[in-house]
Design a protein around this ligand. Structure first.
Ligand SMILES: C[S@@+](CC[C@H](N)C(=O)[O-])C[C@H]1O[C@@H](n2cnc3c(N)ncnc32)[C@H](O)[C@@H]1O
Length: 301
């Protein structure tokens, strides 16, 4: 199954890319949003911490990479400031007209059982987006004490049965090292309700913890704002409350301080929801950087 990009029409509407302008796609993934920007004639600098996403894009976009309409960076988006700054000094990358964050995992990551992100199928309980990271999900289950494990499931996953699940993990005779072991254990401990797989929230919490996702988002947003040119637009797409809360607070602060304007929040259309159920939890937020008096004076010269 291939990743279906979320709210691409809305992303293009708010970014309004023009021929030759540079955009930063902070979360390349399967490259759907990048492809849409390139089709409009824009140039894209794309980050992903997952080497598989970068390798896939090197093949898919070989022509655009060759023509330097697309520059790929195997890098964490928490390094935007230094990476973009040095690329702008040493290469043809110009001012950045827009930045897009489409948080979370791609379908390719979820569907690959060897990566350990999914409660479906079986594979090692890994969950590292960047395979250079040291700690895997199985290590967290082995090392973190019961009380903290329960807190982790509750705060990062919103899991109601966090304490029961943490207790069962710690009481289990053998260490939990595979996705099937963990999803089976959660399904035994927790009553099944609704359509959601019982292990969804535990898997989400572990993935966020393994990849320090919320810390990286908090670090990256101010850096993205810093590299954005006046008049440029920042777009975030979040899929759960933890991600969205950070984006919402940061954008609100920018709007209140007068640094940004045109704050919008968009949900997927009924049409998109019908075609792509994964989009149901998506929230797109956007803010435009205002021109300071200094920018206006510089432009008038
Ligand atoms: C939802 S997917 C993006 C999908 C993409 N917009 C598309 O249209 O195909 C999220 C991607 O962001 C990457 N990612 C998540 N956190 C990251 C981080 N801190 N730094 C760099 N990439 C990150 C993941 O590896 C994944 O490939």
């Amino acid at each position: 199954m291939k990743h279906v990009s979320v709210m691409t029409t809305e992303v293009l509407e708010v970014l309004n890319p023009k021929e030759g302008e540079w955009y930063l796609d902070a979360t390349l993934g399967a490259g759907g949003h990048t492809a849409a920007l390139l089709e409009k004639g824009a140039r894209v600098l794309a980050f992903d911490q997952d080497s598989e996403a970068i390798e896939h894009a090197q093949t898919r976009f070989a022509t655009q990479v060759q023509a330097r309409s697309l520059v790929l960076q195997h890098e964490n988006f928490s390094k935007i400031e230094n990476t973009v700054g040095s690329l702008q000094k040493t290469s043809d990358i110009g001012t950045i007209r827009g930045v897009l964050f489409d948080f979370g995992t791609s379908t390719e990551q979820l569907m690959s059982s060897e990566r350990g992100f999914s409660f479906e199928g079986d594979g090692p309980l890994d969950m590292r987006m960047d395979t250079k990271l040291g700690v895997q999900a199985k290590d967290i289950l082995a090392v973190v004490p019961e009380k903290q494990l329960a807190e982790l499931f509750a705060t990062l996953g919103g899991e109601q049965y966090a304490k029961k699940i943490a207790r069962a993990i710690k009481k289990n005779e053998d260490p939990i090292t595979t996705t099937a072991q963990l999803s089976g254990l959660v399904a035994r401990v927790k009553p099944k309700k609704g359509k959601l797989h019982p292990a969804t929230k535990v898997f989400q919490a572990l993935r966020i913890a393994v990849n320090s996702e919320l810390e990286h988002i908090s670090a990256a947003l101010p850096q993205a704002w810093g590299v954005l040119e006046p008049g440029g637009t920042l777009v975030t797409i979040a899929f759960h409350e933890g991600e969205d809360r950070i984006a919402k607070q940061y954008l609100k602060m920018l709007a209140e301080s007068g640094a940004g304007s045109v704050l919008t929040k968009i949900k997927p259309s009924e049409r998109e929801l019908a075609k792509n159920p994964r989009s149901r939890s998506a929230i797109l937020r956007t803010i435009q950087k205002v021109h300071t008096n200094q920018d206006k004076e510089r432009n008038a010269l």
